[in-house]
Design a protein around this ligand. Structure first.
Ligand code: PMP
Length: 297
């Protein structure tokens, strides 16, 4: 991915500004305390995917860390459309970040903070028809995060450290576990396939309830596959017929090896391939089908 050009516009607190002119207070609580939340969504052919789900989850995360949602949150879809248009970036990842805002450094925030609202865009590849499922290798890694992973907060240090370890080991993802129970990936949700049925962690406080996860569960059930929202153990993960991960930018990606050992033949399995195809078709239909009237699928 290219570095953002200095002229690319970003949205910051009510203004569209060139990237190199946008600046935050050094006292922003997002920087000092990771006191904020975020979302990442994708646009293809100028249209967003699952926009409303991202708005809803942003509000859920804001409520979870006691930030009153600024009214501009409801305008994020229109602001994002405008940014995509002005940056001439029809295929892009859009990042929303809302922090509690700037305040003199003190653990206790002021009673009436002014949240910081940031929107950025990064170009991505356009959709192609029938792309093959991506294949990743993963490590397993202790889940060192806090007890409210259901909120999409800026506190990503355990995730980024685990992913750096994965990279050092020649892998693309770290599958996190609490004791022997698998929770999720460093930036994805994890699914295991066994005897044609699916297992994934329940949507409780231990994981982020992925928008892709929920869509994939819907597609699986529509294909008459049984889905268990039950955590698997590390042994069950390693002995699975198939393992795959899901995420907004990851889509459905096969995990072919874990800790250096292949999952079965170390290939993309048939259930992973079907769900990958279903997700790609849905993206294509929502974003790239001619005659769409609303950009907000
Ligand atoms: N879990 C974690 C920890 C994540 O960071 C992400 C994506 N950012 C996901 C799951 C997947 O969520 P979504 O499908 O909504 O992108």
């Amino acid at each position: 991915m290219n570095a953002t050009s200095p002229a690319t516009l970003v949205y910051l607190n009510g203004e569209f500004l060139p990237y190199d002119q946008a600046s935050l207070s050094i006292d922003d609580r997002g920087t000092l305390f990771s006191d904020g939340v975020y979302e990442v969504l994708e646009y293809f052919a100028g249209r967003p995917f699952a926009m409303q789900q991202h708005v809803d989850r942003l509000k859920y995360s804001l409520a979870g860390i006691c930030i009153d949602p600024p009214s501009v949150v409801d305008e994020l879809p229109a602001i994002s459309d405008e940014l995509i248009r002005r940056n001439d970036m029809p295929d892009a990842r859009v990042y929303w970040q809302v922090t509690r805002g700037p305040a003199p450094r003190n653990h206790l925030p002021p009673s009436d903070p002014t949240p910081t609202v940031l929107v950025t865009t990064t170009p991505t590849q356009p959709l192609s028809s029938n792309p093959p499922a991506r294949q990743w290798k993963a490590i397993t890694h202790e889940d060192l995060r806090w007890k409210r992973c259901c909120y999409k907060t800026l506190m990503l240090l355990p995730n980024t450290l685990a992913k750096q370890q994965a990279k050092r080991d020649g892998c693309q993802e770290a599958i996190l576990h609490q004791g022997v129970a698998v929770t999720e990936g460093g930036s994805t949700n994890v699914f295991v396939v066994r005897d044609g049925e699916l297992w994934t962690h329940p949507a409780n406080e231990a994981i982020l309830r992925g928008i892709t996860r929920d869509l994939v569960i819907d597609y699986a059930r529509a294909m008459d596959l049984t889905v268990h929202e039950t955590a698997v153990t590390l042994d069950e993960l390693r002995q699975a017929d198939e393992v795959f991960v899901t995420g907004t930018t990851t889509h459905v990606t096969a995990i072919t090896h874990i800790d250096g050992h292949p999952i079965q033949l170390g290939e993309v399995g048939p259930v992973t391939a079907s769900l990958h195809d279903a997700y790609e078709q849905q993206l294509m239909q929502a974003c790239c089908t001619a005659g769409q009237t609303s950009p907000h699928a």
